[in-house]
Write a new protein. Sequence first.
Length: 543
Amino acid sequence: MKKLGFLFFTFLALSLIIGCATIGGRGQEIRLNTEVVIVGAGGAGYAAGLEALRAGRDVVIIEKHPTITGGNTGVAGSAANAANMPLIRSLNMQITDGERDFIERMINEYWDYPDYIVRGWARTLRPVWDAHRAAYPALFFDHPSLHALQTYYGGSGVAKPSFVHRLAHEALAAFAWLEGLDGPGGGGWLTDRLPAAVGATWRRSHTPNFYWGTLGANFFRPVEAAFLQEGGRLYMGHRADTIIMENGRAVGVSGTTVAGQRFVVRASRGVMLATGGFAANREMLNQHNRWWPEGFMGVGHTNLEHIQGDGIVMAARAGANLIDMEWIQMVSALGSVMEGGAITNVMMINTDGNRFIREDHRRDLLCLGIITQPGQIVWGIQDGHTIDDILGGHTWGANIPFDQWVAALPAHRKMADTLQDLASQIGVPYATLRGHIDAFNRAVEGTAPCPFGRMVFQYPINKPPFVAVQATANIHHTMGGVDVNDNMQALAVGGGVIPGLYAAGEVIGGVHGDNRLGANAITDILVFGRHAGKILGGPELRP
Ligand code: ADP
């Protein structure tokens, strides 16, 4: 009942706000004044909005979509990375030999790294890891410095080390902040599971309990509710197209409403872009892609159609520098749906039944593997361990029983009580599949190394039911965007900041490098959104 009342309140607030925004009559320009204007009601925008509001600012968020808030955050794969040793301890997760070796490799590889922040992660990690493995040799391990090293390594050393440091070190605090928000969903909102999302390369991906619906809704709805409840103003159906510059300073934004009216929002403290990336904008993808083969910017994508890179275009027009624009991420998915999100116990085979890659690889290499298979289609094979023990009985990102989920797309999802039956359903030779499953299971048991060098293992694939999920490589995330400094201030092409202009979330570059680790995006928007909001809540910074 409490939940219904709360939803009603949210609906009422949204209706009033949308209603207010159309006051003024067709043809007249809408004018608003505030201290902080945030463009984009997605994850980063709301996190920033709430922090700035709580610092005492008057905050307006404008959102171009007339009815949908949350942006890509709302349809994200519903996993968020943070190093969480208390949870690892309570789950008594066991470490694999490959994982032990990888920690050693990370420390050794970055021990003498020229950048002092990166070197610092390796040197911080050494004594902590040594003490851990001496005291608990079988227990899985994590630490913010390891998360940082893997993020940096997973993005080929292209990211800004100070950004990676913030991402990894403020992640758990951001989750605690989210869990602590008032409202019916506050508290107990994360599950006590810790799978590895596709491309996460480590078992640190927190998943939600679906209180707030499916997928990434759980990561922005509580913030949205708090923002509206605490006096934040949201104007939907307002698409910004211009950053208003006066004497070199960003002083507001202007644009057009869905009803066709021009609007102007002036902001005395700052303008923040939280407009997301450009993965649904084919033209921009083709313009910036340097890495994927020609034609691949035309494959499917996992984004909402209105995620078009508007903020990047506006910022560039206002003189902002753009970085990392050529790095475009693909992920294994079926159309717009993330398939087999937890890679922990998934083995991938091609349509001949052959395994072709270590499934715990970074996303770019995994997708490169997929697009070189026959038909560019693969099957993710998983078993009852994924269903019961890793995902807790529901599918990734939604609280749907697995059999119903499989039945919803019978051509692309298959389920069977035996591997033999599964092999015949997907049309691959059983002997081939069996051979790969046996090799996978030997690696889990530690009796033989994984022929593909995989390190993330938890269970053998031997528990019915067996499930096969078809996947292709789909465009998912854009790593590049507005160049900002550590205070989230936009940097100008010629150097120096653009006074008054801030950005956070997928709209910025520099956080992930050339490849984002799976489940780092939600962490990114919460950590950097909050950070930007706190900066905007404070006094003006000197340029
Ligand atoms: P992030 O993950 O960085 O928070 P999201 O994709 O979740 O980004 O959210 C971005 C939001 O910004 C979306 O709701 C999108 O509709 C909104 N948006 C994008 N461009 C504009 C624009 N020009 N004016 C207003 N809102 C915009």
